[in-house]
Write a protein that binds this ligand. Structure first.
Ligand SMILES: NC(=O)c1ccc[n+]([C@@H]2O[C@H](COP(=O)([O-])OP(=O)(O)OC[C@H]3O[C@@H](n4cnc5c(N)ncnc54)[C@H](OP(=O)(O)O)[C@@H]3O)[C@@H](O)[C@H]2O)c1
Length: 213
């Protein structure tokens, strides 16, 4: 499958490497392709391009950009390159400007997922994977035998079902809860203050939320 990854940090690199390893055709989009030369040399098959090239390439796209830059990054990617496609939005609205722990710069009555959906109405935004560490996103078996939970939020039921199917096939996810429309991203983005306190208490990020019901 052709996949476009917007963002080249830990999340973009981890998902890109995993999907290339599975045989997919991946373009990772960044403002500075030269900074990824060494990384791409270590991951044969992965291609680096501009944000617009990654968006145009993907049948499906990931937003793995810093939350503070996501709307800007998606504008650079171009609405026309994303229209009609699923955009898995992994970004969190975290403000680190006053150090640790960060605060949410969007919360309660709004979410970054909603702002992205509003700014790009032709895109099928599915908020997911924002509540766990990047390594666990692509390898849930790293903790608890893989028996834990991720969420999907979005306005398009078919897009959410497709994302859940792909995450099962690609990464082995079994417990994926559909929370409802994109406004439910307010809930999963608001998990971040809890996630960060857990990370600070444990001293590592190798843990996950499990919903028992
Ligand atoms: N790290 C994790 O385990 C984790 C887990 C869950 C969710 N998340 C969320 O996933 C997102 C990515 O996290 P990360 O840790 O991989 O890296 P990050 O440092 O938060 O984001 C890095 C990426 O954001 C891009 N970026 C920032 N501002 C931009 C702008 N104005 N225009 C275009 N691109 C911009 C950078 O582009 P350039 O390449 O051009 O510099 C870089 O590719 C974040 O929103 C984070 O909150 C991360």
């Amino acid at each position: 499958m052709k996949i476009g990854i917007l963002g080249s940090g830990m999340v973009g690199q981890t998902i890109g490497a995993k999907l290339v390893g599975l045989g997919h055709d991946v373009v990772v989009g960044t403002r500075s392709p030269e900074k990824l030369r060494e990384w791409s040399a270590q991951h044969a098959g992965v291609r680096i391009g501009s944000l617009a090239e990654a968006a145009a390439h993907g049948e499906i796209a990931f937003n793995a950009t810093n939350g503070g830059g996501s709307l800007d990054a998606l504008s650079q990617a171009g609405a026309a390159n994303l229209d009609g496609k699923i955009l898995v939005d992994i970004a969190n609205p975290l403000d680190f400007s006053r150090g640790m722990p960060p605060t949410l710069f969007i919360s309660n009555t709004d979410s970054l997922g909603e702002q992205i959906q509003q700014a790009f109405p032709g895109v099928k935004v599915v908020k997911s994977l924002n509540t766990l560490n990047a390594y666990l996103m692509v390898n849930p078996g790293l903790v608890g035998g893989g028996d834990h939970t991720i969420f999907v939020s979005g306005n398009d039921a078919d897009a959410k079902a497709e994302v859940a199917r792909l995450f099962g096939e690609w990464f082995g996810w079994r417990d994926i809860i559909d929370l409802g429309d994109i406004t439910t991203a307010r809930g999963t983005e608001a998990l971040l203050p809890v996630w960060i306190r857990l990370m600070m208490a444990f001293g590592h990020a190798n843990f996950q939320f499990k919903i028992v019901r």
